[in-house]
Write a protein that binds this ligand. Structure first.
Ligand code: NAP
Length: 425
């Protein structure tokens, strides 16, 4: 196949609105991280590009239907399922996933009706990645500072009544292995009304961690440990609420009758070489009383009907983005390589897959393909209202104007029905 002079790209999206994790994952108080939407907006307005929102491949249209109408399909559907701790009582009321909480405060239509009881004193967060930091920061930030963000109104109301006094962030490995972006870790130490605490003993690193820290490419770890060290010298202001970091602690049991009451944590130790250190239990346990727990231990992809899936890794198996032997199926982002990296990492990853597609053009089906045009009447006959990019711009305008009166960049519509009925008016 010759390189086409013009490409037609149809983007299918399950929700009626674009932007995925940028809209529903990035924390509302980090608006700069939402700037990729500006790039997307430019692309979406280009000739040959169509947004087909409110259409789920595998539910509203089959993979075969999309395949027969397009030369290549690229899956960029992320990793939306949570990893599990694999402990009894994991789903006890009070034990929640970070995903639910993040989706809820960001007004995701599938999480908007979750409820969170913030009436207890103590919250535990399992996991030491950037999502754990987001959850801790949103719980701890003065509500006044969130009012001018695009946080969902329902979340703001609940956070305003929060009685939380302690947030414990628990990692099964050490401070040198915590997966935080240093700037965001530092931000946690600057929250009004909270002190950040860490046991100075935890900063006595083993030789392998010391090697990890001295490696110039591992600047986040070095930066994080520096921040932790600076915190040990601080004296908490009288009456301040607490954010406490625990290292080398792994949850082994959740306890409670009708709802979570406490956790058993087992002390761990690091084993293995630098950059390959894992943790193993020491048998020493302690109890942490907590009324609410957030599991923030990473994600896995959701298998798609008819697409190969690696159950162990939770990704679509691929080589340089190519899925299987036949050319025409590709993957990019978290569904390609697992839930790691920041937004920029995924951009580079997408470029790599697009290079694979470009290199494969000669091996793709040479017959002309119509793109989504025959799928549009098919979807209509199935009762599906496709939401195009122009439609999204109408939703966007309504959200912005509802936000304006409250001093927010937008008040997101949180009901799919409301989005769709607005488009009928
Ligand atoms: P993550 O960075 O992979 O962190 C997951 C944490 O969970 C790690 O501390 C991990 O410990 C721990 N963990 C995993 N399994 C566990 C288990 N069974 N028991 C106890 N702890 C366990 O994942 P994430 O925080 O969900 O973030 C996902 C990606 O999104 C990351 O790349 C993150 O940087 C990115 N993100 C970026 C931003 C931002 O740039 N502002 C915001 C949010 C998320 P081990 O290390 O020992 O496995």
């Amino acid at each position: 196949m010759k390189l086409p002079l013009t490409l037609t790209i149809d983007m299918f999206e399950r929700l009626p609105v674009p932007f995925g994790l940028v809209r529903y994952g990035v924390a509302p108080d980090h608006p700069k991280l939402k700037q990729p939407t500006l790039v997307y907006d430019k692309i979406a307005r280009s000739a040959g590009f169509a947004f087909l929102g409110n259409v789920a491949v595998g539910r509203d249209v089959t993979l075969e239907e999309v395949r027969s109408t397009h030369h290549a399909i690229l899956f960029a559907c992320g990793a939306e399922l949570d990893k599990r701790l694999g402990l009894a009582n994991e789903d006890l009321p009070g034990s929640r996933t970070a995903t639910e909480f993040v989706g809820w405060y960001n007004g995701h239509p599938e999480y908007r009706d979750r409820s969170f009881d913030l009436s207890g004193d103590v919250v535990a967060i399992i996991g030491q990645g950037n999502v754990a930091l987001d959850v801790a920061r949103i719980l701890a930030k003065p509500v006044e500072e969130l009012r001018s963000t695009d946080i969902a109104a329902h979340a703001l109301d609940v956070l305003a009544e929060s009685r939380i006094k302690e947030i414990h962030i628990i990692g099964r490995r050490g401070p040198a292995q915590a997966n935080f972006t240093t700037k965001e870790l530092r931000e946690l130490g600057e929250l009004k009304g909270y002190s950040t605490e860490i046991n100075a003993q935890d900063l006595l690193l083993n030789p392998a961690s010391q090697i990890e820290l001295e490696n110039k490419t591992n600047f986040s770890a070095a930066g994080n440990v520096e921040v932790f060290r600076s915190w040990t010298a601080r004296v908490p202001a009288a009456g301040s609420k607490r954010i406490v970091f625990h290292f080398l602690q792994s949850p082994v049991a959740l306890h409670g009758h009708e709802r979570l009451d406490h956790l058993t944590l087992e002390q761990t130790e690091l084993v293995g070489p630098a950059f390959g250190q894992t943790c193993r239990g020491t048998g020493l346990t302690s109890i942490l009383k907590c009324n609410l727990l957030f599991r923030s231990i990473g994600y896995r992809g959701r298998p798609l009907p008819g697409v190969p899936f690696d159950e162990a890794k939770g990704v679509i198996p691929n080589i340089a983005g190519r899925i299987g032997e036949d050319r025409g199926l590709y993957a990019a982002g978290w569904i390609k390589r697992g839930p790691s990296g920041i937004i920029g990492t995924n951009r580079a990853d997408a470029v790599a897959t697009v290079q694979s597609i470009a290199a494969d053009l000669d091996s793709l089906d040479p017959r002309p393909k119509p793109g989504a045009s025959p799928l549009r009447p098919l979807l209509a006959s199935r009762g599906k209202r496709i939401v195009g990019y122009e439609d999204w711009l109408r939703i966007d305008a309504v959200e912005r104007s509802r936000g304006e009166s409250k001093g927010k960049p937008r008040e997101k519509l949180i009901h799919i029905n409301e989005m769709l009925s607005l488009l009928e008016s």
